[in-house]
Design a protein around this ligand. Structure first.
Ligand code: LIP
Length: 265
């Protein structure tokens, strides 16, 4: 096992504690405790407290590493090694009592992702990957599923505040609905990517994402033999706010639809 595989093992209990805390709070949040960050992007003390737990725990494991986090409980300070954290991915699901959300943690060095953990908080499914050592659900090694778009179940998401491009985005969805077996919108990019790595989905695409929504999930997909890329630039998925993921043939098919229906804005 590499040093990153060993560090991944030490991260598990830190992530599990945050997931357990979030699960305990499910269904207890009052309307007064919900804050609106930007159009329909919600947050509560649960996201913030979970992020504090993660930052404190991970800082002890790797004091020299910086952070990129969703809730900014700590100043974003990307460094040579950087933790990329979404303490509660699927916040809207959580606040509506929909049991589909997770903790997502990745470690990056420059443009490389070394570790990824996506901990689904309700059923305690733990998806993990370390660079060069594969992806796992629990102890089960994951392998991306190959196949035609016609037989594919595709996951996607509908971004907040999409007025400027919603017609083009709906045109993409219409083509995917016509050409694929089915489409699912479950509300957590990190879990969409984890389910893709586990062969539950056959492809995923979304626009207007944040790096912390996808950093860990993307490594789960690539370490399971899949591909990730931006809508318009292959390498621009981390900062480019758009992502296509899946087996190479499905990524190519989705990219063709996106180029036809949603040319670069
Ligand atoms: C969510 C993503 C989801 C996307 C939502 C939101 P959050 O992240 O996981 O895929 O469609 O717009 O960005 O806000 O729950 O951390």
């Amino acid at each position: 096992m590499s040093v990153w595989g060993e560090l991944l093992e030490k991260c598990r209990p830190v992530v599990a504690d945050a997931a357990a805390f979030i699960k305990r709070e499910l269904g207890t949040i009052t309307a007064e405790q919900i804050e609106v960050k930007e159009a329909n992007s919600l947050v509560s003390y649960v996201d913030k407290k979970a992020e504090v737990m993660l930052v404190e725990g991970l800082s002890k494991l790797l004091p020299e590493a910086g952070f990129i986090t969703e809730e900014d409980v700590t100043e974003d300070n990307p460094s040579e090694l950087t933790w990329v954290i979404d303490p509660l991915d699927g916040t809207t699901n959580f606040l509506h009592g929909i049991p589909f959300f997770c903790v997502s943690v990745a470690l990056r060095r420059g443009k490389e992702t070394l570790i990824g953990i996506v901990h689904e908080a309700v059923r305690d499914e733990v998806f993990t990957a370390s660079i060069g050592e594969g992806s796992f659900l629990g102890k089960r090694k994951l392998q991306i599923k190959h196949g035609d778009l016609a037989d594919a179940l595709i996951a996607t998401g509908f971004p907040y505040g999409s007025e400027s491009y919603s017609d083009a985005y709906v045109a993409v969805l219409q083509q995917v609905m016509q050409q694929a077996r089915g489409v699912r919108r479950l509300g957590s990019a990190a879990l969409d990517l984890a389910f893709l790595a586990a062969g539950r989905f056959d492809g995923y695409y979304e626009y207007h994402l944040n790096a912390y929504d996808i950093a860990a999930g993307a490594l789960l997909v690539t370490e399971a033999g899949g591909q990730v890329r931006g809508f318009y630039d292959a390498d621009d998925w981390f900062d480019g706010r758009s992502l296509i993921a899946g087996p190479s043939e499905t990524v190519a098919a989705l990219q063709t639809i996106i180029e036809q229906c949603m040319p670069r804005l």
